[in-house]
Design a protein. Structure first.
Length: 301
């Protein structure tokens, strides 16, 4: 029975992934191992489930019928496991989490490290990327997102807080060039630009009357990572436009000073997101609860 279930699970993974290669990556197996499982399953059933070519795969008619029933059967097993899991208080199993690079290092990782310390049977697989991963296609249980949730129809979410932007600079830079007295005084200062794909993002900020302005800074450095921007600011290359949670950490150490606080045009919500499911595994629920409890205290209000 175990071998039969393994074959069914692998078959569903292959169909959902759309390829043997991606299914193998998700299951931490080789492509050939996945192919052998499917071949054994087809041999046992006496039918061909998939039309395979070098570039694509499609379900046969009988394969589609079998897939639909397998999905329903696995859903029932998931429900049964959820019922059993509800009786437990200790999360276990592998939890795949995608987090933004800097925010993940500074805020999310410490929370999940502590969660792993408390629960020895919980294995956390954390991926650091500023790319908005496809949780379902790429097999993630949970992600932390900063900004709008464009794929919210397929995801559930809980809000962790709000990211505001501030402007700072190294004390050495301010000693040399002076502390800007107001927003107009910022124009022409050296700064470190945030750049993606060769395009630098403008600094759109609010003045004291709540009107939007676009600062004209002179960047010697253009970087695509906010921690690297903070490091360049500490090195004295100019003003930095950073999330408050990151600027705060370096202000506390004396490496940076606040030039203008919470001046960004638009604050961004921070969410924990996960694929919508009828039964939320205990491991995912515990991670979400830990993030909701800890993250707000890490973000200046």
């Amino acid at each position: 029975m175990t071998d039969r279930l393994d074959g069914v699970t692998t078959f569903v993974q292959v169909v959902d992934a759309g390829s043997f290669t991606l299914a193998a990556e998700r299951m931490h197996l080789t492509r050939s191992a996945v192919g052998k499982v499917i071949t054994r399953l087809e041999s046992r059933l006496g039918v061909r489930l998939l039309h395979r070519t070098t570039r694509s795969q499609t379900l046969t008619e009988v394969g589609q019928t079998y897939y639909d029933r397998c999905v329903r059967a696995l859903a029932e097993l998931e429900a049964a496991e959820a019922d059993l899991e509800s009786e437990r208080t200790d999360p276990r199993g592998r939890l795949r989490v995608s987090v933004p690079i800097a925010f993940g290092h500074q805020c999310v990782a410490p929370v999940l490290f502590e969660l792993a310390r408390k629960h020895a049977q919980l294995q956390i697989d954390m991926s650091f990327t500023d790319r908005a991963v496809d949780l379902i296609e790429e097999g993630f249980d949970l992600a932390v997102r900063i900004g709008d949730l464009h794929d919210s129809m397929s995801l559930a979410a809980r809000r962790l807080g709000v990211q505001h932007m501030s402007i700072g600079a190294a004390p050495s830079y301010l000693k040399k060039y002076g502390m800007p007295a107001d927003l107009d005084d910022l124009h022409g200062h050296a700064g470190i630009a945030y750049s993606r794909g060769g395009v630098s993002a403008p600094w759109r900020v609010l003045d004291s009357d709540g009107h939007q302005q676009e600062l004209r800074i002179t960047p010697q450095l253009s970087l695509d990572d906010v921690q690297a921007i903070a490091d360049a600011g500490i090195a004295g290359f100019g003003l930095v436009h950073l999330p408050c949670w990151l600027l705060k950490r370096h202000v506390q150490t004396g490496e940076l000073a606040v030039v203008r606080e919470r001046c960004g045009v638009r604050a961004q919500d921070i969410h924990a997101v996960w694929p919508k499911t009828r039964y939320l595994p205990l491991k995912t629920r515990c991670a979400i609860d830990a993030l909701v409890a800890e993250i707000p205290d890490m973000i200046p209000g």
